[in-house]
Design a protein around this ligand. Sequence first.
Ligand SMILES: [Zn+2]
Length: 222
Amino acid sequence: MISKQKYMFFILILFMIGTLIFSKVDAITNELPLLGRVIFVDPGHGGRDPGTTYGKIMEKDIVLEISQVLRDELMKKGAIVYMTRETDEDLSSQWDVRKKRGDLYRRILMYKKYQAELYLSIHINYYSNSSESGAEVLYNPINSENKIFGEILMNNFKTSLGSKRKLKRTDLYMYQNTTVPGVLIECGFLSNPNERYLMQKKDYQQKLSRIITDSVITYFNH
Ligand SMILES: [Zn+2]
């Protein structure tokens, strides 16, 4: 026979262990709000395709740098992050008749293959008028989640970067041919002297990445 005291003591120990486990799990989910989330960071262009250019400054190089910083930020929050490219390459094959289409098609295939929960396509804008500025988000309505995430991110660009731009729709091939949720992010204008300078700076790349990461956390909590 177990005495009543021993029984109560046993219950108390069990209760304490339970509380400890729950507070530990709570602490992990607070520190790692993206734990286990599969996210694709997609630096635009690459290889033969430089994207938009200003002299020797190329979109493909800046978006790769921003994407690497963004990958690290997302991973710090617990996400499983894949990138469509990690070097200066395009994803087309030598057999593709239409190289650009082949490149974009393979990016979409990767999202599917790795069961991505969200993709973030990183690009840079250009406009003939150099006073145009501001980070911008574009989405395709193929998945209703795209607009939800797009609004969260665009609002954060407005409040944290002072962007005056609006959430826009895109019907580009890549975005209307994947049902995986995600958006196209134009980080700023290469044609604007101030943003051209900032987007090449590590601390600004970090700022952008934090805003995007915070928006991803908000999105997954909605
Ligand atoms: Zn681009």
